[in-house]
Design a protein around this ligand. Sequence first.
Ligand code: ZN
Length: 392
Amino acid sequence: MFAYRGFMLDSVRHMQSIEEIKKLIDAISLLGFNKFHWHLTDDQGWRFESERFPVLNSVAAVRPYSDFGKTRDNNPYGRVYTKAEMREIVAYCAERGIDVIPEIDMPGHTSALLSAFPSLSCTGEAVKIKTHQGIFKDVLCLAKEETFEFITAIIDEFLGIFPGEYFHIGGDEAPSEHWKNCPDCQRYMKEHGIESYAEYQNSFMNRIIDYLESKNRHCIVWNEAAKGRNLDKRAIVQYWKENPKPTVKFLNEGGKAILSPFSYCYMDYDYNITPLNRVYSLKAELTGLTEEGKKNIIGLEGTVWTEYITENRQLEKLLFPRIIAVSKIALGENNKPYKDFVADVRDIRKQLNGIAFCDEKSWTKPRISTVYGWLKFVKDHYSIEYIKEQLF
Ligand SMILES: [Zn+2]
């Protein structure tokens, strides 16, 4: 059984009401999860109410329209969760033995933040909050002391709401294009003898890790941060994709990690791509670990990203029953043959009264369905214009 049994919810791309979140918390609590990772900031919105920086509540929280996939909604979208609402979630989770782990994604996925504070970017020019999915080149300028001061100030405000042991600071998908052209970034790298952008990113992340450790909080970072060899060993790497070698090295050298391999643990993909039988088949391990390294995997996390999920019934159907398989693996209760597990799922379903489940005929798929699933996924969510934009 893993000590860390996590569930992540993206409340940025599309939000959930406090009542909807509580309903999910009730369900994951029954399944044995003990960590709720709440993704609160990204390119398409900022969801944390700030007293110190109220411009976050207005400018950074609201995008002018939404254009995810092939559907466009021309209405402005988004707001922050109030401090009272967030405290309510923290208390609700605490009553059920669940710690809340807030995430401020940095230094990438910061378009919404930069739309309110353009001075934190390399160019200082206006940045637009994003209205569609993707990876964007708008990132924090890490050489400006103002950036560190802002981030630590907003972290202090988060700490006033979230009392848990862990804090997620992102670290994924941060393009270096602006850093390459920024005199401040280039000067900083030269002065500190930093040769790669992965290490440059970590020089900042390590300062944040140090800051949070001084407040008795442990930081979690997405696995891209492990590419920079200088990542502080007190960080916990969340492995989700690509080459596992940097994470394996980090673990073998005494660092810790939690696992969320996306082709098993990302519940926003269609059942054709990630059927229940595939999730249940996950081996929570990485190749190349020493005995010591194996012990440093402390957890497993199922996640749901909401670019394409606009309402809660759809969200629940994507999560259930697949999140049950994640819970069984996290609890070390995945030794039964698949068909017996499915029988257990039917029983658990009865206990999760009121939760919308995916139709049972879609739970189990042959492996070939993945190919069809991906083609359908691309067709449903990506326009030709979007694909061109990503490729060229
Ligand atoms: Zn810069």
